[in-house]
Design a protein around this ligand. Structure first.
Ligand SMILES: [Zn+2]
Ligand SMILES: [Zn+2]
Length: 327
């Protein structure tokens, strides 16, 4: 516990000029609300689940309209409009990030997407970028099971979704970061509204690196990349492949508690999953995770990643996993 306290400043070290308003431990309880109000998004659109003001409503109540499944080729929506931000401050869903462009920090992500550090978009992008980071990690650890080459098709289960239901459009950022892969995300939890069960929506990944609007963040990203290439030419990644290969993203919602029975049903209907992700799971705090953990600890199961709320929660989750493994 003492070590966790000592490490706390490292975890609170963000490059954003607004970060101290949210990470200062002396902050007032409504600091998040006040911050969201200063950037004009408090209790609006995709931001409604970032504070507790509207927490009395069911998950999905704040979600943007989920279009019916459409033919592949449908372009991604305008994310800036959905997030209530200017195009300068939001990731551009009409612009892909070349696969050779890597990023391992928030600064690098903002630079690649051409977004100024004053933008609050990191609060929304935390889940898709964490998933992206785990996908890259899994591809490194088990390349045969987690192919990220152009044209590959991947099925990823996201378990225990709650705020991700209301914020589903943010996951579409993955289509811009992996524009040559066909991604199918299954969002599974008992909180998925009845009317969303087994509903899917599909979009084509962007095939350009800029949308054409000179004031959009993607135009600033382009200028930055061109300048960087002049300074030090980047080698073409073998993962980039021919530009002809254009990926897609499909989101499917499934209502239910993940356990052996649901896992078998999902496999029968959608195929074998390549990876499992549980964002901010609270594994040790919530007994309802036990059937999912038992299932995922079985032989030959997909590589699984969970995140939790704090160091202590991760410590307790590790103990819970060890206990289930031995039982
Ligand atoms: Zn609030
Ligand atoms: Zn753009």
């Amino acid at each position: 516990m003492a070590l966790q306290v000592l490490e706390a400043p490292v975890l609170a070290d963000f490059p954003f000029p607004w970060a101290s308003q949210l990470t200062d431990r002396r902050q007032e309880k409504d600091a998040v609300c006040r911050f969201l109000a200063t950037v004009g998004v408090h209790r609006s659109g995709l931001w409604q689940r970032e504070c507790w003001c509207d927490s009395g409503q069911n998950w999905g109540a704040h979600a943007p309209f989920l279009p019916e499944s459409v033919a592949e080729g449908h372009p991604l929506p305008n994310f800036a409009r959905m997030a209530g931000l200017s195009r300068r401050d939001a990731s551009c869903f009409q612009a892909k990030v070349p696969t050779s462009q890597h990023f391992s920090s928030w600064e690098a992500y903002y630079r690649r997407r051409g977004i100024p550090l004053s933008s609050p978009v990191a609060l929304l992008m935390s889940v898709p970028l964490t998933l992206h980071c785990f996908m890259k990690l899994a591809a490194g650890l088990r390349p045969d099971e987690m192919p990220l080459a152009p044209g590959a098709s991947l099925l990823i289960l996201i378990l225990g979704v709650q705020k991700e239901i209301d914020q589903w459009p943010v996951l579409l950022e993955l289509a811009c970061l992996l524009p040559q892969v066909h991604l199918h995300l299954l969002l599974v939890s008992p909180e998925v509204p009845h009317s969303w069960h087994k509903r899917s929506t599909v979009y084509a990944s962007p095939d350009k690196t800029a949308c054409g609007d000179p004031e959009c963040s993607c135009a600033f990203a382009q200028r930055d990349i061109m300048k960087q290439d002049e300074d030090e030419p980047q080698p073409q990644s073998c993962l980039d492949g021919p530009d002809l290969i254009r990926g897609s993203i499909r989101l499917t919602f499934v209502r239910g508690e993940y356990d052996g029975t649901l896992a078998a049903l999902l496999q029968h209907e959608y195929g074998a999953a390549h990876m499992v992700f549980g964002p901010n799971a609270g594994l040790a705090a919530d007994m309802s995770w036990i059937p999912a953990v038992k299932e995922l600890l079985g032989f030959g199961r997909p590589i699984s990643f969970f995140t939790d709320y704090c160091d202590e929660a991760i410590h307790l989750a590790a103990g819970m996993l060890a206990e289930q493994h031995d039982s």
